[in-house]
Design a protein around this ligand. Sequence first.
Ligand SMILES: NC(=O)c1ccc[n+]([C@@H]2O[C@H](COP(=O)([O-])OP(=O)(O)OC[C@H]3O[C@@H](n4cnc5c(N)ncnc54)[C@H](O)[C@@H]3O)[C@@H](O)[C@H]2O)c1
Length: 335
Amino acid sequence: MVRVGIIGMGIRGRLYGRAIMQNPKAELAGFADVNPKTLKEAEEFFNVKGTTDYRELLEKDLNAVIIATPDFAHTEPAIEAIKRGYHIMVEKPLAMSVEEAERVIEEAEKRDIKAQVAFENRWNSPFIMVKSSIDSGEFGDIYGMRITLNDSIYVPTRMISWAARSSPAWFLMSHCVDMSLWLTRKRVKSVDARGIKNLLKKQGIDTYDIIDASLRFEDGALVHIFSSWILPESIPYVAQFKFETYGEKGYSNIDFTNSVITNASDRYYFAGLPTLWADIHNRLTGAPIWMLDSFIDSIEEDKPVIATLEDGLETTRIVSGIQRSVEEEKEIKIR
Ligand SMILES: NC(=O)c1ccc[n+]([C@@H]2O[C@H](COP(=O)([O-])OP(=O)(O)OC[C@H]3O[C@@H](n4cnc5c(N)ncnc54)[C@H](O)[C@@H]3O)[C@@H](O)[C@H]2O)c1
């Protein structure tokens, strides 16, 4: 039985809590959240005692720790958990600087632990299918990708309270960058990106509204990523994800907007994306659940994790480059 503690009981932490409760090989041993209201709600929901201080949680008898704090707050809890010898799963992005990601890796290398980054699209069925087509050679060499991942303005204004300390690059593009690396198995040479800061800044949230990035790979392949998180709330999606792959012999198009459930009643709204995850008769299924299960299996069966800290570092390296390119208005060499 893997005794798991969770740091950060917001949207993701609660989802993992439910995933642990239904995994017969895992037990929810405790959790921490700095926000007393969030903590109390989680305590009532899970009937498990929590703490506002994650260090107190780490003193418990645990085997593994999930870090589901905001983007800017992954590094210290991850390092503290590793120092105590616990296996870790860290939310994406692994860290918001290369230096921080390297510190996590340095600490992990000293110990025999499993460490996974929560790049959940590696468990998302449409991407699994495209990967199998790419790996079989169906599309030939991959020359390019065109990726759009948008959120409605609900996300930076009402869903998360810390958008000013993140950006469309950190919050959204980290998924796209990881997918482009995982699917192509190629390395990025340079990035060139642009951004606009206006609407959110006027609302007191000092971050970019839109970022538009071009990645050039070592072999010349091109990946274009566009992310906006200011789509009006009238749009019937929380997230809008379109992912095109262009190869020498073929083309693939994933469009998640085709699988979104939209309801029209007193309003027209997003009612779920069941290909990503769903609650089926009180049992959760889908990418985040299979990702958690896979992390537990890697511990129980001593198997490699699917998304490593090195994968997390590489994405952090590229997203840092995108942020720098936006701020300095120039192309940034990655290697
Ligand atoms: N893998 C994915 O597909 C995916 C999807 C959404 C979000 N995320 C990532 O998951 C992370 C969490 O996102 P969320 O949507 O759950 O955010 P959230 O704001 O709902 O939850 C974060 C929680 O962490 C708590 N917290 C902050 N600092 C803490 C600390 N030092 N110790 C303990 N608790 C602390 C906050 O009080 C909050 O309850 C982010 O990094 C986000 O980018 C990943």
